[in-house]
Design a protein around this ligand. Sequence first.
Ligand code: FAD
Length: 267
Amino acid sequence: MNILVCVKQVPDTTSIKIDPIKHTLIRTGVPSIVNPYDGYALEMAARIKDKTGGKITVLSMGPEMAKDTLRECLGVGADEAYLISDRVFGGSDTLATSCIISTAIKLLEEKNGSPFDLIFCGKQAIDGDTGQVGPEISEHLDRALITYAYESQVEGDTIKVRRESDEGYDIVAAKFPAVVTVEKTPYEPRYPSIKSKLAARKATIPTLTSAEVIVDENRRGLKGSPTKVKSTYTAEVQKNGQTISGVEGSAAGAQLVGLLFDAGILK
Ligand code: FAD
């Protein structure tokens, strides 16, 4: 089993503010973290590896400091890590980003001599929130795509995924090789041990530059990024819905009616 997880280093948006005049993120002094959905994706990959064995590779595109993020991933179950970093990739929009990441994935697959069975991404990055990079990678690589995975199970050469939907949930399956984007799962990402943390600190993380990740200059960096950001805004905080789980059918209905009475909606 050969799994690749895309991991983005993001500013901790719980401590970030928006400049009231320029409407841009004030990143100064804000700590960087592993994009939380990527943490769930890595945990899903680690759980598969616990059962089937194999190897987990983590891949990030960003500045040199993104290696700290990759080290965190090595501490919690990834076996190897690569950083794509080059000035010519700076200013890339989502399409250019996914094109560069896909090219790097093909390079690693050539090195391995076979495609990754599974490529995991988070459902979205908390600083960009577009949720486009994972689906775009599946398109560039011409692989099956399953989005918003909540739980998953591997059977032979197939991944079965549970996705939450407005009506309840769907079970969808795809044969390897496939791309899966992951949302917040019921499994909290595991913590590193002191031993794995120390080993991760010493690990060598190769940097892949534009010399190896060869992308046409019209498809990378500013030149390859026709997206124009017209405005940004802070999304309104909405009260989270409540999911009834563990019961089905009439029992779930009875529980819902009870909740509506408690909330004063039914009288
Ligand atoms: P999503 O599509 O929401 O991410 C989904 C998943 O894809 C993530 O959970 C992760 O698994 C994977 N993923 C996404 N990005 C990466 C990554 N970098 N490495 C590994 N996995 C990843 N950003 C900069 O940092 N520097 C710039 O100079 C810059 N210039 C930009 C210019 C323009 C015109 C635009 C529109 C954007 C620019 N960005 C820049 C933002 C950058 O393009 C996005 O952050 C990036 O494309 C990812 O999109 P997203 O955050 O919406 O990710």
